[in-house]
Ligand binder design. Sequence first.
Ligand code: PLP
Length: 380
Amino acid sequence: MARSRAYFDWNATAPLNEAARAAMLVAFDQVGNPSSIHAEGRAARQIVNEAREAVAAALGAQARQVVFTSGGTEANDMALNPHWRHLNGAPLSRLIVSAVEHPSVLAGGSFAADQVEILPVSSDGIADLAALDEMLAAGGPALVALMLANNETGILQPVAEAARLIHRHGGLLHVDAVQGLGKMPFAIGDLMADSLSLSAHKIGGPKGVGALVLGDEAKAPMPLLRGGGQERNHRAGTENVIGIAGFGAAVRLCAGRLEPDIERMADLRARLEAGLMGVPGTHIFGAEVARLPNTTLFSLPGLKAETAIIAFDLEGIAVSSGSACSSGRVQPSHVLAAMGASLDLAQGAIRASLGPESRENEVDMAVKAWKKLSQLLIKN
Ligand code: PLP
């Protein structure tokens, strides 16, 4: 990537890392189908198996708990199924999702729209566990989706605490951990998640590959994609061997350097936020609570996110709005709305998400651009 620009949109997607690229180049030359018995097939299977081991090891899981998918969206969609194998044909009748989940969770998977209930969050963006307890007590066993870390704000959720509650009420917990991977340590056992979704492209792997990791292989959602018996009958379709090879290499790399990466990103984020706060009126969402080390969502009253993103872009800095931006138009963020943020602040929310390769001079460029932008805002 040209380093004259500063790329601060790692939560949207991370640059492909060298290890992932190299692993994919090797996989490109494997002709075999991983389901074939001959030598070519076995070679392809080995690539998939090694990646599976790497993903499992990073999460404190066994390889058989890892089901490769086409990404985080498919993993979420797969998990949000009323039918799980161990329920023996007695489907769950309710899905509870936190109000700040990714759209791929808010869509509700295979649940009918009237089976989906929204769990409120506090003004700090944290799921209201007292409300969850009441909701769980008020009906039959539910599947609950609570994300590990929010993609817009970086705010962390009390997942293990929620798991205890959910399991006490006979429910299941799905955790969208797409943004947590590579930015915080966690193990599926500690989170007590029944399933957990990951995406390769958020950690320097390729786009279009991810995984659903099961807390216990005997407890699995029924397959979304049916056909062949791939992925131990959890997900039909010939595996994306090249993408999976890249995912495995990216996971191995980020797991091996997690601590220094976290420290580096946290230092850079602190430098960035100190600089941003130099502009009077700057608001940082979630500054008082535990967040991912790389993410900052900030705003100024009267600012429009679209204008700000273009202004940053012209200064050579790639940031995004915290909110969904489809077809180029910024929509008000459902995350900030759920936190009760004022529209004035929410409509100007800008997300800078850093990566382990971000640099101090890039952070300083962003601070300078923020100061310039605020001056323009005052003049207008
Ligand atoms: N969940 C969260 C929290 C995300 O940030 C994303 C990506 O934007 C996804 C799920 C979807 O992942 P993918 O792009 O691999 O479908």
